[in-house]
Design a binder for this molecule. Structure first.
Ligand code: PRP
Ligand code: URA
Length: 209
């Protein structure tokens, strides 16, 4: 799993544990998803390029560093990916946000597309594809292909929880895509849910069950 980064930071582990807990209601669930996404943003931006510059402090001149100003794009997979946008935007306020709507057909578990709205210059942007759950990998691999078909070249996949099966699908279909995960779980159940997981992320975020 050379293309995978699993976060081990104590703050992320602590918040992920609260997130999994069946007693955590939608308000706290949303806050935790936001906070975990914000913490993940710190690591997924580690390779952003800097340019050196000279600045004047109140005391003397010194060398400083500013971001090169590369164009970034956040693309949440609806619905549950929406929960990760605010946390990421709090660290990357200049990023543009595109949306891809996919749901898993409950019988076939295959992704069905129902919405797409992307920034017009999406192909020039480095993309962070956001979805709390990577289960069978069907939704993420379809969304990545969708973005590639529109010219995107540098895509990073950011998930809160992933299954080994989902990771294997992305590694096979898109070996160029790095995957960032807060928790790598054990396996999928017979209905394609991640075990131990956290249940249905969209329903828990929006209180629909
Ligand atoms: C969930 C989740 C992912 C997908 C993961 O969305 O947010 O998008 O399932 O499963 P996969 O890896 O097997 O494709 P869901 O289809 O439940 O839609 P929702 O976000 O609208 O609830
Ligand atoms: N989607 C979810 O929200 N949870 C899972 O465990 C699998 C897919």
């Amino acid at each position: 799993m050379s293309n995978v980064t699993v976060f081990t930071h104590p703050l992320i582990k602590h918040k992920l544990t609260l997130l999994r807990d069946v007693e955590t209601g939608p308000k706290d669930f949303r806050e935790l998803v936001k906070e975990i996404s914000m913490l993940m943003a710190y690591e997924v931006t580690r390779d952003l390029e800097l340019k050196e510059m000279e600045i004047q402090t109140p005391l003397q001149k010194t060398t400083g560093y500013k971001l090169e100003g590369k164009k970034l794009g956040l693309v949440p997979i609806l619905r549950a990916g929406l929960g990760m946008v605010d946390g990421m935007l709090s660290i990357l306020p200049a990023a543009k946000v595109g949306h891809i709507g996919l749901y898993r057909d409950p019988e076939s578990l295959s992704p069905v597309e129902y919405y797409c709205k992307l920034p017009t210059d999406i192909s020039e942007r480095d993309i962070f594809l956001l979805d709390p759950m990577l289960a069978t990998g069907g939704s993420a691999t379809a969304a990545i292909q969708f973005l590639k078909n529109r010219g995107c070249k540098n895509i990073k996949l950011v998930n809160i929880i992933a299954s080994p099966e989902g990771v294997a699908v992305i590694e096979k279909d898109h070996p160029d895509v790095h995957i960032y995960i807060a928790g790598l779980d054990e396996k999928l159940d017979d209905h394609g849910y991640i075990l131990p997981g956290l249940g249905d992320a969209g329903d828990r975020l929006f209180g629909t069950k």
